[in-house]
Design a protein around this ligand. Structure first.
Ligand code: PGA
Length: 237
């Protein structure tokens, strides 16, 4: 397969162009909305996007409401939290993140979700894909009506973050598939060879709770931005 190709709603680019391509797609998504409500991911994948945003001195449109799509449950300050991630990668950008150290995570994520709903729900959800096909912390077994909630992190998710966390958190707070799939537009990011198999399973395989990202197949406004390594097992058209 060539390094650069596309099929409907999917753009595959050389790895060095991943951040630029993701930024272009996000800009396009934001351009369609007034005072956009945006869900933003953490992890290795979006770093290239956020670096590009910084390089371009990008400022979210006035009146934007920005929300993290998930956070770990952890009672102490920790560099692995999503709050710490955003402080490092998008410093000064006002992104609301569920409080990782909230004494009552169920109440915290419920209140966070109410704030998303009060803002009108997500216009744009930017998401990554986990090694087990999770979207945010919607682990296998999640369904299209899974709400905002505290979730038990699956073993592959804990393995995925082992480089940043020792020991790893056992639980996270997440927007549900219900809230994410209701986003007017979804941008799915995937990079690196380690995502090739799960991306193909999610986009070209059966739609099933075993692979929560497979529910994205049914979304009417999904754009997938991936690099050629992550795209290597997808059917080209
Ligand atoms: P990653 O995580 O970008 O670190 O691979 C993605 C995810 O788990 O959603």
């Amino acid at each position: 397969m060539p390094d650069r190709w596309s099929r409907e709603g999917l753009l595959a680019v050389p790895p060095e162009e991943f951040g630029v391509a993701a930024f272009a797609v996000l800009l396009h998504a934001l351009a369609r909305v007034d005072r956009p409500v945006v869900g933003l991911p953490t992890g290795r994948t979006p770093v290239a996007l956020y670096e590009e945003m910084q390089r371009e001195s990008f400022v979210f449109p006035e009146g934007s409401r920005l929300f993290a799509i998930d956070e770990y449950c952890w009672r102490e300050p920790h560099p692995g939290t999503n709050a710490a991630f955003f402080a490092r990668h998008l410093p000064g950008v006002p992104i609301r993140v569920p409080r990782h150290d909230a004494p009552h995570p169920d109440a915290e994520i419920a209140e966070f979700c109410r704030a998303v709903a009060d803002a009108g729900g997500l216009d744009v959800a930017v998401v990554g894909i986990g090694a087990d096909g999770h979207i945010a912390f919607n682990e296998p077994g999640s369904t299209t009506d899974s709400p905002c909630r505290v979730t038990l992190l699956a073993e592959p998710t804990r393995a995925q973050i082992a480089g940043d966390w020792q020991p790893q958190p056992t639980h996270g707070m997440t927007l549900g598939l219900a809230e994410l799939l209701r986003a007017r537009r979804i941008v799915l990011l995937a990079s690196g060879e380690s995502k090739a198999a799960i991306l193909a399973t999610a986009l070209d395989g059966p739609v099933t709770p075993d692979v929560p990202a497979s529910f994205l197949q049914g979304h009417p406004a999904l754009t997938v931005v991936c690099d050629s390594a992550a795209a290597s097992q997808l059917r080209p058209c």
